[in-house]
Design a protein around this ligand. Structure first.
Ligand SMILES: NCCC[C@H](NC(=O)CCC(=O)O)C(=O)O
Length: 444
């Protein structure tokens, strides 16, 4: 049996915009006034996904969500026709309208936590959609996320889908952005690293002072239980609260792992050495811990360039490659570090740069845009094949984007009722292209 790590990238939705919705996420706050380009955003994402498929990687796409979310706006008291709902909300509560228009489901690293069948007791691949309770605009994602995941991984013989965790701060869950898996080969049982920002039920435990810790230990442990992982397959690590306060709102802004490599900043975790020892004890293979010192890359440079929000992928040849945003090339300290990294004796042999600036300006790099799903060939064959990237899908999705997307969107434009019609027309067509069935509420 063959094993792969597939990447499922979020297709950027037609309402991609900069609304400054994510307190604690430096890029989101500082680009709040910018006009976005949804068409360019979607195309940048498709280019990256296609490039990985061309390198022989298993690459899929996850459909975006329906926005504006009129159901949430009606639930909070706006009424009348769809156009009335939007216009009333724009007048009386523009920030709530913005929250209901975000295309944030594009960052599929936050869609769910995934445990491959090699790790789980029932031998199935487990998915738990993230509840994303810390941010209003993201807390409205999980139900549809669950539907899209079920329509994509649609064979109950192989895939076990859970509901998202209870919608309360005690169970704040941000999905795979705070989860990474180390292993010898993708098909061998690995060690799943759950990185949390705070312990919700222990008031004396360390936590950030300025910005929110979105992920709780309680949530991470609940996911590990649901996914039927053994204690020996799990390591729970606390993120350093000081770096959360410097803008590291998810662990994937400061660390990334692949197979036997953990690439992380010196200041990423609490009790780092102790946790490394635990990983070594639980995973019997040659491990590379690539720790980047502050003297070479400051937290500020890491947050600006997204050095750690890179994808480390293993090519079919067995070589590892880093997929980085072009912002890493533009930052002298980070670019120098990446060039140096290639001369060190690690499995990482190449860095490829991609322009994903439309996403970066909202705090989402290459790693945020993808959900990793380690699978064997039988599981890949059980996936909805219309979601897998190839020449055909790439062509169809680009044509679809050209037909339906605007090339400029400001938060003022979110009050335009025409955007509802454009967005629904596009998504309705998309469900046919990707054979998803009626995953959206407007289709039900
Ligand atoms: N993994 C990357 C997630 C980035 C995402 N940004 C946003 O939602 C910004 C949206 C805005 O401000 O318009 C977040 O912070 O959760």
């Amino acid at each position: 049996m063959k094993h792969f790590e597939a990447n499922f990238d979020g297709l950027v939705g037609p309402t991609h915009n900069y609304a400054g919705l994510s307190f604690g996420n430096v890029a989101s706050l500082s680009n709040a006034a910018l006009a976005s380009n949804p068409k360019a955003a979607a195309k940048q994402g498709l280019q990256k996904a296609k490039a990985l498929a061309d390198m022989g990687m298993v690459q899929g796409m996850l459909a975006p969500q329906e926005r504006p979310d009129l159901y949430t706006l009606r639930r909070i008291g706006f009424s009348g026709s769809d156009a009335n709902v939007i216009q009333q909300a724009a007048k009386e509560a523009p920030m709530l309208l913005n929250a209901c228009c975000s295309a944030s489901s594009m960052w599929t690293a936050n869609a769910a936590t995934v445990s491959p069948s090699a790790d789980t007791r029932d031998g199935k691949l487990h998915f738990t959609p993230a509840n994303l309770v810390d941010k209003l605009h993201r807390s409205i994602e999980p139900l549809t996320t669950g539907r899209i995941l079920t329509a994509t991984f649609n064979d109950p013989h192989y895939f076990h889908h859970h509901s998202h965790l209870p919608e309360h701060n005690s169970f704040g869950d941000e999905g795979a952005a705070n989860h990474t898996r180390l292993c010898k080969e993708y098909g061998h049982a690995g060690v799943e690293l759950f990185v949390y920002g705070q312990e919700a039920t222990n008031p004396s435990a360390p936590k950030p002072q300025k910005y929110p810790a979105r992920q709780t230990l309680e949530a991470s442990m609940a996911v590990a239980r649901l996914h039927q992982l053994e204690e020996d397959n799990c390591v729970f690590i606390q993120q350093n609260p000081d770096v959360i306060d410097q803008g590291v709102f998810h662990n994937d802004v400061i660390a990334v792992g692949n197979q036997n490599v953990l690439f992380y900043h010196e200041q990423a975790f609490l009790n780092t050495q102790h946790k490394i020892d635990e990983i070594k004890r639980k995973l019997d293979t040659d491990l590379y811990f690539i720790e980047v010192p502050t003297a070479k890359v400051s937290i500020n440079d890491a947050v600006k360039s997204y050095l750690f929000n890179t994808q480390i992928i293993t090519l079919p040849s067995g070589e590892m490659v880093i997929v980085a945003p072009t912002d890493c090339q533009e930052n002298p300290a980070v670019f120098a570090y990446l060039n140096e990294l290639l001369t060190l004796n690690t499995p990482i042999k190449q860095v490829l740069y991609f322009d994903v600036k439309q996403s970066m300006q909202n705090g989402g790099g290459p790693a945020c845009l993808r959900l990793r799903v380690a699978m064997n060939d039988m599981e890949v064959a059980a996936v909805n094949q219309h979601t897998l990237m190839n020449e055909g899908l790439f062509g169809r999705l680009n044509t679809w984007v050209d037909k339906h997307y605007r090339d400029r969107l400001t938060t003022q434009d979110l009050a335009d009722p025409q955007l509802i019609i454009e967005s629904r027309t596009a998504l309705d067509e998309l469900t046919q292209i990707m054979k998803l069935g009626s995953v959206y509420q407007f289709q039900r």
